[in-house]
Design a protein around this ligand. Structure first.
Ligand code: APR
Length: 228
């Protein structure tokens, strides 16, 4: 069975990573336009770098939760029959044991050079504007996809959705496209669809089945069903 799993901020909530649109979410305390657009970076690069430096440093304080670990187990068992696509920029899927995770919105632990377009694994700060290890120019920015930019690996994701038998969405509000449209694409191509989320998402009506509760409980239970 070929499965595509899409995850969002809700899967990392029980690890202590803030979501975006919940009452205590990141977008409650920050304006998207101030920190998550190319225009914001052009206007205030140090401010934007510091915002992502803090979030990068915060990763060392959080651990994968049972939902990440369950998907790691599924990844180990299914290999290339599982395509795990995340909108998250944390590394909790990898630390939970998942292989070949598609980070469609980029990664905190990567730097993107605006001069040579190279992507380099990055664990330190960027607000001191270090030189790119590839080309030497000091034009490294967070390797995250901002509003108005094109997500990574859309071709690979689309191909996986087209051949999927099952599409599962975990911990995402269904508010941001193109990810919010994956359920309809998968369904149109013949996949069964399942939502696992704390509350009904914006797209909950598009799913064949929806289960509502904590990802740390719902995801391990679902993985147990798949591998039984
Ligand atoms: N278990 C399951 N779901 C949860 C949990 C939990 N413990 N906690 C919260 N949720 C759900 C919320 O109910 C909400 O529906 O996770 C969802 C999180 O939604 P958002 O905060 O909108 O996050 P996400 O869907 O990942 O946002 C998409 O928006 O700003 C951009 O680039 C950012 O990748 C992000 C994109």
């Amino acid at each position: 069975m070929k499965i595509v799993v899409l995850t969002g901020a809700g899967i990392s909530a029980e690890s202590g990573v803030p979501t975006f649109r919940d009452s205590d979410g990141l977008w409650e305390g920050h304006n998207v336009e101030d920190v998550a657009t190319p225009e914001a970076y052009d206007a205030r690069p140090s401010f934007v770098q510091k915002f992502y430096d803090e979030r990068r440093a915060f990763l060392s304080k959080v651990e994968p939760n049972p939902a990440h670990v369950a998907l790691g187990r599924l990844s180990e068992l299914l290999g290339s029959d599982l395509t795990l696509v995340t909108q998250n920029i944390d590394d909790l899927h990898e630390r939970g044991g998942a292989h070949d995770v598609v980070h469609m919105h980029g990664e905190l632990l990567s730097a993107l050079c605006r001069a040579c377009t190279g992507r380099t694994p990055w664990h330190k700060e960027l607000s001191d504007f270090p030189p790119c290890p590839r080309c030497g120019v000091s034009e490294l920015r967070p390797d995250v996809v901002w509003f108005g930019e094109i997500p990574y690996e859309m071709g690979r994701i689309q191909a996986a959705l087209m051949r999927a038998d099952l599409f599962v969405s975990v911990g995402t509000s269904g508010a941001v496209y193109p990810a919010a449209g994956f359920v309809q694409m998968a369904k149109a191509c013949g996949a069964k669809t399942l939502e696992l989320n704390l509350v009904p998402s914006d797209g909950t009506a598009f799913f064949d089945e929806a289960r509502h509760g904590l990802a740390g409980e719902l995801v391990p239970a679902w993985v147990d069903e798949v591998i039984a």
